[in-house]
Design a protein around this ligand. Structure first.
Ligand SMILES: *[C@@H]1O[C@H](CO)[C@@H](O)[C@H](O)[C@H]1NC(C)=O
Ligand SMILES: *[C@@H]1O[C@H](CO)[C@@H](O)[C@H](O)[C@H]1NC(C)=O
Ligand SMILES: *[C@@H]1O[C@H](CO)[C@@H](O)[C@H](O)[C@H]1NC(C)=O
Ligand SMILES: *[C@@H]1O[C@H](CO)[C@@H](O)[C@H](O)[C@H]1NC(C)=O
Ligand SMILES: *[C@@H]1O[C@H](CO)[C@@H](O)[C@H](O)[C@H]1NC(C)=O
Ligand SMILES: *[C@@H]1O[C@H](CO)[C@@H](O)[C@H](O)[C@H]1NC(C)=O
Ligand SMILES: *[C@@H]1O[C@H](CO)[C@@H](O)[C@H](O)[C@H]1NC(C)=O
Ligand SMILES: *[C@@H]1O[C@H](CO)[C@@H](O)[C@H](O)[C@H]1NC(C)=O
Ligand SMILES: *[C@@H]1O[C@H](CO)[C@@H](O)[C@H](O)[C@H]1NC(C)=O
Length: 794
């Protein structure tokens, strides 16, 4: 009995042994879908190839990372038959005697084939790098999976002119989706949304020319590859570095079903995969994410949230890409049409007409004249009444809810349709409430080393009391003048701005670095005049040790930021040991200087408060969700020739703990005394609410004309809760209805809008709440102030 049992055991072991450990399949043999042991494993055991269940009774032949989950479809690096899955019974992959690889379904249909033949003996071999090759025994490769990528590249696998990545349809549906990463005819690596009805490029940004985003048209080799250190380089000179450069065990680059491409990394065998780089930070900029007739906004859970336009409903409850359709009958009769205002909502593309100088009624009229006009977008520019842009839309695609968009879309609807009880079409507070939660959650994720491993800090090192974020910080103080056409650039990224300067060019511009206008921990700022006569603030960094790649990666991040209330970077220089940054020059200096000389009237102050709030809302909630400024103070708010505020010291980002994303040292991070939120002192988690706090202090200073720093010096206090806050609170809680008069800066004179000053103070006091959860988010601040404002956008 025992002997017999042993014999059977031995026999079964023997029969499984060869296929279990093999990395090769010989001619005439096959792998069966029914036998879970029928898997090829690369000699280093990192990759496996075999049948993978991708749905109910649906299997694909695939290659995946063996660990951490043996059969996880999420770590698939290649699929033979993504669009034609095979049956879970009797399907098999065979290497025929004539050298063809055939994937045969239960019904004996060929689901996939390598279309190869060979008279010589061949074998199918899974290599250590994850490449499945069909090779002759002496080594010639007849076919390899690297030449037919699906949605993933592994390190060393090139993307070429002949190949492209195509995303999956969704997280769970692996068939070919709508997004493609490929080299265009112009040699530029691009992302395109290639949907059922329309197709459009969205990366690099369609309104930026290639050289502005550091791409070159002139290298026709068309090859892009991720290396094992985490650098992704393309022949058009696009280069990016993951946040965990160098240190990681395994990586893969995947074009995800949401249209973004990301590098995933894994540190050790036991760990999970995390995102170490992604191409696009604001998911709503990806075309097609929400389908037609809908808008994309920011959401806490998924990063973005689709919403149908008012009066529209989803075509397919389970799939946003099908968009929304109207619930009312569209009418061509202009008497029956009306328009619904959706503030802060814009649509990309499909403009029927574009008129640069248009008044509202002319724009409305233009839309009414054409039956195919579904609405129009009307945007204002940053100077009152000068340019109004009118775009009439024949299709409402790529809609985006964005509080910083200085305009609105007016949706054509039928008068007879009742919109009562419907959710407001305006960019509602609801979205932003979620946003601020998002920031905090992502932050925690970062410290827990998950999805967002890139965490950036911006800070400054100017002024006496400053301590700064993380280790290497650059700072600058810039006084800037605005180019006369600068307001034309208010919204879209400038088409001409960003470039690489040579050192000699900048030396000449600054007359040999002769006129110093600011100095800080990171470098010295000089005034300069560029060859095109633009006045610039040129900052020379002290720390030139930083590598070229890292410096450029960071400059690249800054290049993506754009907001009218953000100081604009025009370019950089990285040559030898020189590292310089070129910014616009600000004529009216900093808010701090202006406050000390009492130069600002109440309406300028109100405008500065709104502008600063807007840019903070943008940084916290809209563009890269993890940007905290951490050093909001009057010295870092610069004023242009129109006293429009520009937040400075975004000069350079620092990727937090680049080599160790798992362990950000929060305790090292500090703002400036007097503006610092209690969290810093109490060692609580740091969220966007630290900026909200500092913002509140700045606003209180503007209203009262008192400086928190001086108040604190007088009292010898160094705690976060300065006397200023206590004093304003006390005045306000008095039943005396003249409290505004008592706190307001006397030099402001009798001629001010009391209700606005009251609003400013109330908002500021909310912002400086000790309990961070009770502070509003920056977009809520924007809304409170705008609701009350005289500012040109409201
Ligand atoms: C996956 O997507 C394709 C293409 O849209 C569709 O035909 C197929 O039915 C989907 N499969 C599943 C399981 O939903
Ligand atoms: C073109 O790009 C390839 C790959 O990045 C590179 O090896 C080659 O040197 C480039 N050629 C030129 C002329 O820059
Ligand atoms: C590509 O970038 C490198 C360094 O980043 C630079 O030296 C080179 O001139 C660039 N090539 C082109 C063609 O722009
Ligand atoms: C909705 O989309 C899903 C996934 O693409 C598809 O399986 C389903 O058939 C669609 N439903 C309708 C009603 O079109
Ligand atoms: C979007 O709305 C328009 C009418 O406003 C309609 O003609 C079109 O079919 C809708 N698109 C989709 C995908 O339903
Ligand atoms: C629209 O209303 C105007 C004036 O009320 C009227 O003259 C015109 O005939 C109407 N047009 C249509 C198509 O009903
Ligand atoms: C709007 O512009 C149109 C044509 O440009 C003009 O006829 C009309 O008077 C303007 N309306 C107002 C209110 O300015
Ligand atoms: C309405 O717009 C469509 C689409 O752009 C255009 O083809 C058509 O000529 C326009 N009709 C009128 C009357 O302007
Ligand atoms: C959006 O806001 C504007 C101004 O507050 C208002 O007139 C309009 O009715 C709002 N739209 C919707 C759909 O609530």
């Amino acid at each position: 009995m025992t002997l017999l049992a042993t014999f059977f055991l031995l026999a079964s072991l023997l029969s499984f042994q060869p296929s279990r450990s093999s990395s090769s399949l010989r001619m005439g043999s096959s792998l069966s879908v029914e036998n879970p042991q029928h898997i090829l494993i690369s000699p280093n055991a990192i990759f496996s190839a075999g049948f993978l269940a991708i749905g109910h009774n649906a299997y694909s032949f695939a290659i995946w990372f063996t660990e951490p989950h043996f059969h996880s479809p999420n770590t698939v690096t290649w699929m033979a038959n993504r669009d034609q899955p095979v049956n879970g019974k009797r399907s098999k992959l065979s290497l025929t005697h004539d050298g063809n690889i055939l994937l045969i379904d239960a019904s004996l249909n060929t689901a996939w084939s390598s279309n190869t033949d060979s008279l010589d003996p061949v074998e199918l071999h899974l290599k250590d790098d994850g490449n499945l090759v069909l090779r002759k025994l002496q080594g010639t490769v007849l076919w390899q999976s690297f030449d037919f990528p699906t949605d993933t590249l592994v390190p060393g696998q090139p993307l070429t002119r002949y190949t492209q990545l195509v995303s999956s349809r969704s997280h769970t549906n692996h068939s070919s989706g709508f997004y493609k990463l490929f080299f265009g005819d112009d040699n530029i690596l691009r992302l395109v949304y290639d949907g059922p009805d329309v197709s459009s490029n969205y990366w690099p940004s369609p309104w930026r020319v290639s050289w502005d985003v550091g791409r070159t048209l002139f290298n026709s080799s068309r090859i892009a590859v991720l290396n094992s250190f985490g650098v992704f380089h393309s022949s058009d000179n696009f280069t990016s570095k993951t946040s965990d450069y160098g240190t990681v065990l395994q990586r893969r680059l995947k074009l995800d079903s949401d249209g973004n491409f990301r590098v995933y990394s894994r540190n050790s065998v036991s760990e999970k995969w995390y995102v170490s780089w992604q191409a696009i930070t604001n998911g709503c900029l990806i075309h097609g994410v929400c389908g037609a007739n809908s808008t994309c906004g920011y959401d806490g859970k998924s990063g973005k949230k689709c919403k149908c336009l008012p009066g529209y409903r989803l075509n397919n409850q389970s799939d946003w890409s099908h968009g929304c359709k109207p619930m009312f009958d569209l009418t061509c009769n202009r008497n029956e049409s009306t328009f619904l205002e959706m503030r802060g909502v814009e649509f990309y593309g499909y403009d029927n007409y574009y008129i640069q100088f248009s008044n509202f009624s002319a724009c409305e009229d233009l839309c009414l004249q054409n039956c195919s006009c579904q609405g129009f977008q009307y945007s204002y520019n940053d100077k009152k009444g000068i340019t109004f842009k009118c775009y009439t839309k024949t299709q409402l695609l790529n809609g985006r809810r964005s509080p910083r968009f200085p305009g609105a879309t007016y949706l054509r609807v039928s008068k007879s349709y009742s919109f009562s009880g419907e959710e407001s079409a305006n960019d509602t507070a609801h979205d932003h409430r979620v946003c601020s939660v998002q920031l905090q959650r992502d932050y925690i994720k970062t410290s827990g080393n998950r999805i967002v491993s890139v965490f950036m800090w911006f800070a400054t090192a100017l002024g006496a009391f400053e301590m700064v974020c993380v280790s290497v910080i650059w700072c600058f103080l810039i006084r800037t003048s605005q180019k006369s056409d600068a307001d034309q650039q208010a919204y879209h990224l400038t088409a001409t701005g960003f470039r690489k300067f040579s050192y000699s060019e900048l030396k000449k511009a600054t007359k040999g670095f002769s006129e110093e206008i600011g100095r800080g921990g990171g470098g010295v700022v000089y005034k300069g005049i560029l060859s095109d006569q633009r006045h610039a603030a040129i900052k020379r960094l002290y720390n030139a040790k930083q590598g070229e790649g890292e410096f450029l990666a960071e400059v690249g991040i800054i290049g993506k930021l754009n907001h009218m209330n953000l100081i604009e970077m025009w370019g950089y220089c990285a040559e030898g040991k020189h590292r310089l940054l070129v910014y616009e020059y600000m004529e009216n200096g900093s808010l701090a200087e202006n406050l000390s000389t009492n130069k600002l009237d109440w309406s300028k102050k109100y405008n500065i408060a709104i502008g600063t709030a807007r840019v903070l809302a943008y940084l916290h909630e809209e563009c890269l969700e993890w940007i905290l400024h951490c050093d909001i103070k009057p010295q870092n708010i610069l004023l242009d020739s129109n006293y429009e505020p520009k937040l400075a010291d975004f000069g350079l980002s620092k990727l937090l703990n680049r080599n160790n994303p798992n362990n950000p040292s929060i305790s090292m991070i500090r703002g400036t005394r007097g503006y610092m939120a209690p969290e810093w002192v109490l060692n609580l988690p740091i969220t966007s609410k630290v900026d909200v706090y500092s913002y509140g202090i700045v606003v209180l200073e503007m209203v009262t004309g008192r400086s928190t720093a001086s108040v604190q010096e007088i009292n010898g206090e160094e705690t976060y809760d300065g006397r200023l806050v206590a004093w304003v609170r006390e005045k306000r809680s008095n039943t005396n209805s003249y409290w505004v008069e008592q706190i307001i800066e006397p030099s402001i004179g009798p001629d001010y809008d009391r209700s606005k000053m009251e609003m400013l103070t109330t908002v500021a006091l909310n912002c400086v709440n000790e309990d961070r959860d009770s502070r509003p988010s920056m977009s809520q601040v924007v809304e409170m102030l705008q609701g009350h404002g005289s500012d040109p956008y409201s």
